[in-house]
Design a protein around this ligand. Sequence first.
Ligand SMILES: NC(=O)c1ccc[n+]([C@@H]2O[C@H](COP(=O)([O-])OP(=O)(O)OC[C@H]3O[C@@H](n4cnc5c(N)ncnc54)[C@H](OP(=O)(O)O)[C@@H]3O)[C@@H](O)[C@H]2O)c1
Length: 260
Amino acid sequence: MELGLTGRRAVVTGGSKGIGLEVSKELAREGASVSICARNPDEVSAAAKELRELGGTVHDQVVDVTDPEQVTGYIASAAEALGGIDILVNNAGAAHPGTFSTLADEDWQADLDVKLFSQIRCTRAALPHLRQSSAPRVVNINAVYAKYPDHKFFATTVNRAACLNLSKALALEFGPEGILVNSVNIGFVVTPQWENIRSKRAPELGQEEFFSQWAAAEVPLGRFGDVSEVSGIVTFLASDRASYITGASIDVAGGMGRYV
Ligand SMILES: NC(=O)c1ccc[n+]([C@@H]2O[C@H](COP(=O)([O-])OP(=O)(O)OC[C@H]3O[C@@H](n4cnc5c(N)ncnc54)[C@H](OP(=O)(O)O)[C@@H]3O)[C@@H](O)[C@H]2O)c1
């Protein structure tokens, strides 16, 4: 399928590893130039090196997306390095475990900053560039827990619901300008984030055993997903082949979620 991504300019937050890195690679393989950011400088450089080996233009920057000034500076440098922005993938984020009883205001605020406010600020900063694009796209990486509350990830579940609403409301406001905004809602996908959880909670279990035990309870497909099972849909939504899709909320979750 020809996706029409050659020459498109994409910004992927949290592109140094996990889902963000795989999305960046797939966009680069389809001919897009890519800018990535994250906080860990070594991981940002290593990811940028991998991306450069795929061919196109790559821009990378160490950025904390919870810092409004860093976000503004980053989006401006990415636009300058790539010559504009056609695609924004708001992917940076992390799960924040904790129940209502254990989470303090600071935990709620930190989780809101990395999830909701990073998507708001990156989108706001990218907007003038997206308005100049012939095929502007925003893809927000969210979680099925937005629609499927889990009290063990209390802040995540509540804040992701806000992110889902943000995607839909952005699609309504910017549809008339042709800016398409969609949400991809992740269930359980093996990434460094989950490897950290396994090494803390069950270091005695191998990856496969830990992930299959966790998945057995909640995932109809009975397994965790792979990052390559997310990057395809994100790349498709960023492409010309998705030109009539906006305001959509698409689960990539192996069937998780008892809702219609
Ligand atoms: N994997 C899953 O099962 C799952 C489920 C639901 C939702 N998600 C969402 O999917 C997205 C990607 O997750 P992942 O599993 O690929 O996680 P990951 O492997 O931990 O990667 C997260 C990426 O975001 C970056 N990041 C985190 N906080 C940041 C900050 N404050 N500023 C800039 N960059 C930041 C990380 O780099 P640094 O740490 O160096 O900054 C990294 O590049 C996240 O939004 C996550 O919440 C994932």
